[in-house]
Design a protein. Structure first.
Length: 190
């Protein structure tokens, strides 16, 4: 059996929760015995990237993670497409609780199942395309990844739901209409 590819896309600053993902991968591999995983962490330039690489080494993950750095748009799509499960480890905080992260939409557009902390905007955006776990709990993140590793039909259904949601509700054609309507309401008040 091949490795399960766990994907992450985004900046790697302290606010992005990549440290939670690394600790979840450590728990998944070293405590739950799920050694057939490989994390592909796409992105970079965040202020925490070097510290995250050191943390990966300290956690014994060097053979289980790849920090790609920034990649071209073509390679980004290819990397997401190769992932079996994608993760949005953004921790709960006042900013993240009110923000939709583009990575969620990128994962959904590639029909990927998502594991994420239970944040209001995560639920609003992904709905049934994601499994939600207690915020800021890397052990719960690891258990949810393990559960999805064992359930290919669920992963497929979640990915299909996310892609349908992108195509029918979240694509630019729909977002643009909502944005124009919001501006019209604002302008009508002035």
């Amino acid at each position: 059996m091949g490795k399960t590819i766990i994907g992450y896309v985004g900046v790697m600053g302290p606010q992005d929760g990549v440290d939670y993902l690394l600790r979840a991968l450590h728990h998944l591999i070293h405590d739950l015995g799920r050694t057939q995983v490989f994390g592909v962490l796409i992105g970079g330039f965040g202020s925490a990237q070097l510290a995250l690489k050191r943390l990966a080494t300290e956690l014994g993950l060097d053979d289980h993670v790849w920090f790609t750095g920034w990649v071209s748009d073509t390679d980004l799509i290819r990397c997401i497409a190769s992932a079996d499960i994608c993760v949005d480890p953004d921790p709960s905080n006042p900013f993240n609780d009110q923000s939709t992260m583009i990575k969620m939409l990128q994962y959904m557009a590639q029909a990927k199942p998502i594991v994420a902390f239970d944040l209001p905007e995560h639920r609003f955006t992904a709905q049934d395309a994601a499994v939600y776990v207690k915020s800021n709990d890397e052990r719960a993140l690891a258990r949810a990844i393990a559960d999805l590793m064992d359930d290919a039909p669920r992963r497929k259904a979640m990915g299909a739901f996310g892609l349908r949601r992108i195509k029918s509700e979240l694509a630019w054609d729909y977002s643009a209409q909502n944005l124009v309507a919001a501006y019209r309401r604002l302008l009508a008040k002035t």
